[in-house]
Design a binder for this molecule. Structure first.
Ligand SMILES: NC(=O)c1ccc[n+]([C@@H]2O[C@H](COP(=O)([O-])OP(=O)(O)OC[C@H]3O[C@@H](n4cnc5c(N)ncnc54)[C@H](O)[C@@H]3O)[C@@H](O)[C@H]2O)c1
Length: 265
């Protein structure tokens, strides 16, 4: 079958994002890296809050070489002190925090195995990074967003939570929790002018090899989509930019699935 749709590089047409400061956790590679570049192309300052110092710095340099604004602040989202240091550095340098994208996660490094074989320490680590991380990061940026009476929090959950996918129960539990947290946070923060939404990507193929989708599963997943081609990080950019923009001011508490139509509602 010939697929007619093409990947169109996102355009810098979200004028309201210019000058905004966006913290993107885990932006040293994969989806977060593409987000950081896209926000910078829209004139936002991208804060790359990544645990891996080398990859974070490298993304910041790539953005600077493209005449965008970015800083890398080495951050471990599982540690409150590390997040506090990052947030203080951003506040000191820019005096504001407008957008937080809770993107860091234990994902591409996961081994697939039946849930009765997941060691407790691994279960706890996945929940610590994927659930406690977004809780701590969201909490840490609230003072700046409340001061401005404006803020956007975007949680990167996963379409996998609605599909009953087996063999990474800790990951599914973590993303289900994050999707659930989105609605509650939206209710608590609406009066402050802060919106909270989740993006649920389908299987998204980045530059990083991972074990969560086998080549056979990849073929099956693509065949289930209405748009039958592999999803890439660029496919998620438009949704993230829109949710962060002024255009989405009245949209909150939503889980938005971006999976080429693999699942419906
Ligand atoms: N790629 C997909 O198919 C897919 C699908 C659905 C959801 N997601 C979610 O989207 C997000 C990004 O996905 P990806 O494919 O780019 O993942 P990835 O595994 O390639 O990248 C994750 C990034 O998070 C960083 N990170 C991990 N632990 C951290 C910590 N404690 N503190 C700070 N940074 C940390 C890693 O160093 C890495 O740069 C993840 O939350 C993932 O669960 C991905």
């Amino acid at each position: 079958m010939t697929v007619q749709t093409q990947i169109v590089p996102p355009q810098a047409d979200f004028a309201s994002l210019s000058g905004r400061v966006v913290i993107i956790t885990g932006a040293g590679q994969g989806i977060g890296k593409v987000f950081a570049k896209a926000f910078a192309r829209c004139g936002a300052v991208a804060v790359i809050a990544e645990r891996n110092a080398a990859s974070g710095e490298s993304v910041a340099k790539e953005i600077a070489a493209d005449k965008g604004q970015a800083i890398a602040v080495t951050t471990d989202v599982s540690r409150e002190d590390s997040i506090a240091t990052m947030v203080a550095a951003v506040e000191e340098r820019y005096g504001r925090i407008d957008i937080l994208i809770n993107n860091a996660g234990i994902f591409s490094t996961l081994d697939m195995r039946p849930f009765d074989q997941i060691p407790l320490a691994e279960w706890e680590q996945v929940l610590r990074v994927n659930v406690t991380g977004p809780f701590l990061c969201s909490r840490a940026v609230l003072p700046a967003m409340r001061r401005a009476k404006w803020g956007r929090i975007i949680n990167m959950a996963s379409g996998a939570v609605t599909m009953g996918r087996p063999n990474y129960l800790h990951y599914i539990a973590s993303k289900g929790a994050l999707a659930g947290m989105t609605g509650s946070m939206a209710r608590e923060l609406g009066p402050d002018g802060i919106t909270v939404n989740a993006v649920l990507p389908g299987a998204t193929f980045t530059e990083i090899e991972r074990k969560t989708v086998s080549p056979e599963q990849k073929v099956r997943i693509v065949a289930q989509q209405c748009i039958p081609r592999p999803e890439t990080p660029d496919d998620l950019v438009g949704t993230a930019l829109f949710l962060a923009s002024d255009n989405a001011a009245f949209l909150t508490g939503q889980c938005i699935t971006v999976d080429g139509g693999a699942t419906h509602r």
